[in-house]
Design a protein around this ligand. Sequence first.
Ligand code: NI
Ligand code: MN
Length: 225
Amino acid sequence: MKITFYGHACFSIEINEINILIDPFISGNSLASAINLETIKADYILVTHAHQDHVLDVETIAKRTGATIVSNYEIILYYAAKELKGHPVNHGGTFKTADFSAKYVNAIHTSSFADGTYGGQPGGFVITANEKSLYVAGDTAVTMDMKLIPMTTKLTASIFPIGDNFTMGVEDAIIASDLVECNQVIGCHFNTFPPITIDTEEAKKSFSEAGKDLTILEIGESIEI
Ligand code: NI
Ligand code: MN
């Protein structure tokens, strides 16, 4: 699995030449101005919830690429009305293809579109392919539901929000990594806006003191897990 960070909570995951894009918010993110929206590949767009900082570029990218949007029922209905291709799931359900599976799991947050349309209940995804599993928590507080994930899945890495204010912050993300039994964490949802500005060096230090590894990717940077 090759993971590329496009800023805020947007990642691309490449599996067997299939490109999965998560929560595209690029055109509205001044920190991601070096990323060209026109060249981003997507076969699937996974959407954790309907907030603008997760869906802003869904329509543009889905129209250009013909990607299938995978999200909760309400979000898929919203895009179906715009004649975009989608596959609805709901919490506990798994979307399966020949190349990967993506289970929609609980998150504690809210979910509405910028125009006020109800965006269903928010979630995260556990993406599994080639004997690796990646937990994309989405916007969430730490929640005991996270303990359910390692009962079925040995995680390779987790993408956690660490910016606090709208989601869990560093201290709770460390607890979350205990709950999911995975010490490899990739941070997101920090520094995009003033209320979620954090000291990333301090954050890495806190993880390391807890015996865990926090990866902070530069926007545009990729890692292989
Ligand atoms: Ni949100
Ligand atoms: Mn958000």
